[in-house]
Write a protein that binds this ligand. Sequence first.
Ligand SMILES: Cc1cc2nc3c(=O)[nH]c(=O)nc-3n(C[C@H](O)[C@H](O)[C@H](O)COP(=O)(O)OP(=O)(O)OC[C@H]3O[C@@H](n4cnc5c(N)ncnc54)[C@H](O)[C@@H]3O)c2cc1C
Length: 383
Amino acid sequence: MVTTEYIIVGAGIAGLSLGIGLHRRGKEFVILERSQLVDGIGAGLGITSNAITAFEHIGMADKVKAVANPLDTLRIVDRKGKLLVNGDPGLIAGYGLTNYALHRSDLHQCLFRELPAERVHTRKQCAGIEERDGWYLLTCEDGSVFRCRYLVGADGLHSFVRRYIFPDSVVRYAGYTCWRAVIDLKEHFPYTSEETWGADGRFGITPLINRQVYWYACINSAKPRDPYYTAFTIDNLRHHFREYHPAVVNALALTGNHRLIQNDIADMKPLPVYHKGHTVLLGDAAHATTPNMGQGACMGVEDAVVLLQELDRASSVAKAMAGFSRRRTERCRFIVATSQKMGRIAQLDNRFLVPVRNFLVRHLPAAIQRRQLAKVLDVSGVL
Ligand SMILES: Cc1cc2nc3c(=O)[nH]c(=O)nc-3n(C[C@H](O)[C@H](O)[C@H](O)COP(=O)(O)OP(=O)(O)OC[C@H]3O[C@@H](n4cnc5c(N)ncnc54)[C@H](O)[C@@H]3O)c2cc1C
């Protein structure tokens, strides 16, 4: 049996970020990860400036930026490529920072490399939790047992740790399913970061470094795990989006079936707190959100920083966990609710209402855009 002070379940972006902070503070901990490799999935990720500030707190911002592509703007266009919203680069620059896009695998590896190998135990799927005499006993699927005083659930949307402390927590299907892929460009194609909104679905394109481009496509589906959509190949997607503008058609033309990743989109009904006893939840395990604001992973990095700050200043770990909950719930609830609303607007599929939605979006006052963005990017008072 391995005995340690902290166990983090899950080597995702939230768990690894916390691990780096604990390691820098000389704490005893291990991370248990069910996968064989800590390398994320073959998709891209947007990291906004609030998360870059959070990475600065754990000394990782420069290393993350080194594998990321700076984005000065995000455009929204209609299916024919006509501009609806041109994200104002000045708004982001106003925070003295930039947003970035990167390959998930690069981010995971960059974080993982900061930790001594013995801290991260792969192929350890946590399958049982027991509390005994002030210890948590974690049993993994392979029968190995780990013991700790403090437990962190950073094990994602379907968190095992969350089900242990909050068995009534609810995962909500958002009503649309998503395909993602990263493609290699052989020759230059002038992709900019843009999202296309049409009645047949939403298509996002983001340039990464090394001539790679990340795209995602969201299509409404009445039920999760619909066999009609789970059977979709790249040819089905090409057919589905055939009337969209050339950047979409080209991105799909350059994608092979082996690159496709599909997920139903879901979030969580907000929890009132993220801790119980000496257990705390981080990242998607605590407050999974739909991806419409590109904030899920960013919130996970912020979480890690706030928990570390609370551990630094509180007189006990229980108080630190309670302080963490107090500081995080309102912000994460705002992100989950706003992202859910944005998803409803962006996924509108009524052909009569889409032109009305597009007209309204095109004429959205800059002041509203600025206010929404400030609430996400401005981390003074958050970190
Ligand atoms: C289509 C899509 C696009 C997105 N785009 C963005 C974006 O642009 N920007 C952004 O910030 N966010 C984005 N997100 C959200 C982001 O992916 C998540 O919020 C983020 O990955 C959550 O990180 P995490 O570390 O909390 O959890 P995860 O990344 O889910 O990591 C959890 C880890 O725990 C492990 N695990 C699970 N159960 C166990 C167990 N029982 N025992 C041991 N290990 C276990 C898993 O293998 C995994 O490695 C997107 C999400 C989707 C679906």
